[in-house]
Design a protein around this ligand. Structure first.
Ligand SMILES: [Zn+2]
Length: 434
């Protein structure tokens, strides 16, 4: 067991922060929190090593719930197009390069290094259609000790030939990755009650990219191996109209996934949901589907402003995603700021609903998002210890309360203030990048 002493802040409930000034958090050998307290004698900790972080802040690590690792090279370029032309002209040509495994490894190392810098310890990730490159990405996450659900992308229509894979090959490629990374045989005795840190996730790109046969095969894979599912939903008005043409029997875009067992039959996360309402919203609630809210992507691609306050009030599960390279920023702390700003724009248009406050968005980014991985995103006993130590000494901490120090770090800080990173109880060293 280890005990960490610092100023500890986290959100057990969405409405308020738990704050332990000069507090202690105890972490067992299995990487789970065993207790958090203001005083050491409140913890059962005989013989435990105490690590004292002094005046630093200790907070839960970030979770990026929707990100395209192979788009790292396009990050911050081609920000002048809407979704569909942007996919054809930038995204697909870049992803085609991932047939080359050396290119893939070089770029994936670069991508993960940036995630590490910004304290993102868990991710829900799109790879490409290429099985071997996706395998490399999963191996890199394993080596780094960072958690990820990684998807080999399924796509077989409305895409370039180089990214089009027939249904049998898609199933075969997924099963190869599942054999290596899925299943109970990969649990070590010490962590036998924990799922592997890196696992496959079934990843149909989005309905326009997948024939009904491929969607059906994806649903069958998710069910057969009890794997989670990720995709995109109701991002852009032209996209929604296109889906209605392609899947005329579906009652909504969400129903087009639901009919194939890809909408909450196993744990499911859908990016965007900017235009989700009515029947689709009811289906999401009923099936416990999580929304990955990606505010920068929604702005950059002129998709719209997702109504996160309304979704939160409706009880929909929500996390935040960077969605590079639709989004331009891998710093998830900045995503909290953008999400608050989107909610304030909604508020300008309609004063009936309050904008999001800091504890709500912090809870969304940590405990709510983390629930997709199990018990992640809080320091309550039983939670996996995913944590960041923040040295904000350059931000004049003595002049502020602990909550304002956290807020200032989120708004004006950056990776230079993150001095230690933990995933499932283990400190994560800087991954290699060339
Ligand atoms: Zn996306």
């Amino acid at each position: 067991m280890k005990i960490y002493k610092a100023h500890i802040l986290f959100t057990k409930e969405k409405d308020r922060f738990e704050v332990y000034e000069n507090g202690y958090v105890a972490v067992g050998d299995d990487g789970r929190v065993t207790g958090v307290a203001k005083n050491l004698d409140e913890l059962d900790c005989d013989g435990a090593e105490i690590v004292d972080y002094g005046d630093k802040l200790l907070i839960p690590a970030m979770n990026d719930m929707h990100v395209h690792a192979p788009q790292v090279h396009n990050q911050g370029v081609a920000m002048d197009l809407e979704l569909l032309p942007w996919l054809q002209n930038y995204t697909f040509p870049e992803e085609s390069k991932y047939a080359d495994v050396e290119y893939a490894e070089r770029m994936y190392r670069r991508f993960m290094h940036t995630q590490w810098l910004f304290g993102t310890m868990r991710s829900v990730v799109f790879g490409t259609v290429h099985t071997e490159s996706t395998r490399i990405l999963m191996k890199l996450y394993q080596e780094a000790g960072m958690g990820a659900l990684v998807g080999k992308v399924a796509m077989n229509r409305n895409c370039p030939d180089a990214l089009c894979e027939d249904v049998d090959a898609a199933v075969e490629g997924n099963e190869k990755l599942i054999a290596e990374f899925g299943g109970d045989s990969h649990l070590s005795p010490l962590t036998s009650h924990l799922s592997p840190l890196v696992r496959p996730i079934i990843t149909p790109r989005f309905v326009p990219s997948c024939t009904p046969e491929l969607l059906k095969a994806c649903g069958e894979l998710a069910n057969k191996y009890q794997l989670p599912v990720q995709s995109h939903l109701s991002e852009n008005v032209s996209e929604i109209a296109w889906v209605a043409e392609l899947e005329p029997e579906s009652k909504s875009y969400g129903d087009a996934y639901n009919r194939y067992g890809l909408f909450g039959q196993t744990p499911t996360i859908m990016a965007h949901c900017v235009w989700t309402k009515g029947e689709e919203l009811e289906l999401m609630k009923r099936n416990g589907v999580m929304v990955a809210h990606c505010p920068t992507s929604n702005f950059n691609l002129s998709s719209g402003m997702a109504p996160i306050r309304s979704l939160l009030d409706e009880g929909v599960r929500i996390g935040l995603g960077s969605d590079i390279s639709g989004g331009h920023d891998l710093n998830m702390f900045r995503m909290l700021v953008y999400a608050i700003q989107v909610s304030k724009m909604h508020y300008q248009l309609n004063h009936d609903k309050a904008f999001l406050n800091l504890s709500e968005i912090f809870w969304i980014a940590t405990k709510s998002a983390g629930s997709f991985f199990g018990k992640v995103g809080s320091f309550e006993p039983g939670y996996e210890f995913d944590a960041l130590v923040i040295d904000d000494s350059v931000l004049y901490p003595a002049e502020y309360s602990l909550l304002h120090r956290l807020e200032r770090f989120i708004y004006v800080g950056d990776d230079r203030q993150i001095v230690h990173r933990f995933c499932r109880g283990k400190e994560v060293p800087e991954p290699k990048v060339d």
